[in-house]
Design a protein around this ligand. Structure first.
Ligand SMILES: [Zn+2]
Ligand SMILES: [Zn+2]
Length: 264
């Protein structure tokens, strides 16, 4: 078994929904036995942080855990293809290690978190729109790894109990994964849902297997922690899922490049 564990998707108080400082998250990562932690605060249309204070806080937290933890500077760009010059200015503001690209909504509609309960047909129609939005973001391409691909299911299935999944969208997913691979991007296994009873990873085994069949090699694992108690949670299950899907290594980005670690 590997003794290298990295959680590369976490949120500090620089995210509107984050609860703890970067320093507190880093200390929690040390306590959880992690080798590396990446902090990926939200930056999108609805919420953004001031890059100056963000970088200062990161440098302080980084110095405090020096020699004990590889603390990495990331960001979760939401709907980056809609941000224009704001995204470019942020990425130019400091030496980011890792940029997650996520879609939390379909353009012009609320976050899936804020969507009302819908019937199956409405869910499937919205998933189709979502996958087109994600493809547009992948073609924009100014990020490293595609975050929580099956995010809509977190609410449609996990919260509202709808009987839907991504299986009707096999062709769209193949096209999306080919675009991810051709763009040199990776795919995240987001294990935040495993903190809930009956929760599922995003994406799950069938989609990870399809990604690999489409030539996908780059994979990362993140807890999407928004508080110290969630840092590192279920990372081991994420690594085990990747092994089950046939992957032999996991990526941890440094200076916007994947550094590989074996999944033993
Ligand atoms: Zn997200
Ligand atoms: Zn997140």
């Amino acid at each position: 078994m590997s003794c290298y564990w990295a959680d590369v998707h976490t949120h500090s108080v620089f995210s509107a929904d984050g609860h703890d400082t970067m320093g507190a998250l880093a200390e929690a990562a040390v306590c959880a036995g992690l080798s590396a932690l990446c902090i990926t605060d939200h930056y999108d249309t609805w919420s953004s942080f001031d890059p100056g204070p963000h970088h200062t806080a990161f440098e302080e937290a980084h110095a405090a855990v020096s020699g004990r933890l590889a603390l990495l500077r990331g960001v979760e760009l939401g709907e980056g293809h809609t941000l224009g010059a704001r995204a470019e200015a942020l990425l130019a503001s400091g030496p980011f290690d890792f940029v997650l690209g996520s879609c939390h909504c379909v353009h012009g509609k609320p976050d899936f978190y804020d969507m009302p309960r819908m019937d199956r047909a409405a869910c499937l129609a919205l998933i189709a729109e979502y996958l087109a939005e994600v493809l547009a973001m992948v073609r924009w391409g100014r990020f490293d790894v595609l975050g929580h691909l099956t995010y809509p299911l977190r609410y449609m299935v996990g919260r509202d109990g709808a009987a839907v999944d991504f299986s009707p969208f096999h062709d769209e997913l193949r096209a999306l994964f080919r675009a991810v691979v051709e763009g040199g991007h990776g795919l995240e296994v987001n294990v935040s849902n495993l903190r809930k009873p009956g929760g599922f990873p995003m994406p799950d085994l069938p989609l990870l297997t399809l990604y690999r069949a489409c030539g996908g090699e780059i994979v990362t694992v993140g807890s999407d922690a928004h508080r110290t108690g969630e840092v590192g949670a279920h990372i081991r299950e994420g690594y085990a899922l990747l092994r089950e899907a046939g992957f032999q290594r996991v990526a941890v980005y440094e200076n916007r490049r994947p550094v590989w670690h074996p999944l033993r």
